[in-house]
Design a protein around this ligand. Sequence first.
Ligand code: COA
Length: 178
Amino acid sequence: MGYTPADDGREVFAEILSEPLDGGDFTVRHWRDDDIAPALALVDDELRRRLGFPAGLDETTARDLLLQGGAVTIADAGTDLPLGGMRVFLHDGGAVEFGYWLGPDGRGRGLASRGLQLLSDRVVAALDPARLELRTGVGNEPSERVAARAGYTRVGPEPPLVYPGGRVVETTLWVREP
Ligand SMILES: CC(C)(COP(=O)(O)OP(=O)(O)OC[C@H]1O[C@@H](n2cnc3c(N)ncnc32)[C@H](O)[C@@H]1OP(=O)(O)O)[C@@H](O)C(=O)NCCC(=O)NCCS
């Protein structure tokens, strides 16, 4: 659950995040329609390279990706503008998986690990999952640092992800006990 607009867990995630989570200098909240244009402005070459976004990411695609139950933004606490985002996926069997990304201005101040911790705490309290999971792109050192700092243990290589358009991304699985 949490993968596609047809299976996005909207009811579950609406309840878990009925109020924004307070991270001090940031909040974690659901995306809104007025976030789409500022979110698109965050997409740089690093995000295209790491996440396999198509070069011409447009508003329709961004809406499909962001206005989903399991998608949240990490927003600046002062301006409420998006700095990046996270995703939650609920796997069959009780595992919960997280993903994260930041625009250029949000990087380098520990926001991803702090956002991940805040969201994980909320998900664990609400859903009592069996296991927490992450998948980092092979060679993505900043993402690996986030995973390690958030208490995840490296398991090993996963079957490659194939993105629309045929791009293949090799990933590493990380797990954490709740
Ligand atoms: C991955 C990402 C979310 C990290 O978020 P962040 O909040 O900037 O991360 P942090 O500030 O906590 O830095 C993470 C660590 O990576 C290190 N780091 C930063 N850039 C680095 C680089 N180019 N090479 C190696 N390490 C790097 C930092 O020093 C820090 O190390 P520390 O934990 O030992 O202090 C961010 O870089 C990003 O959005 N990247 C593009 C999208 C992406 O790759 N998402 C993950 C997909 S698996």
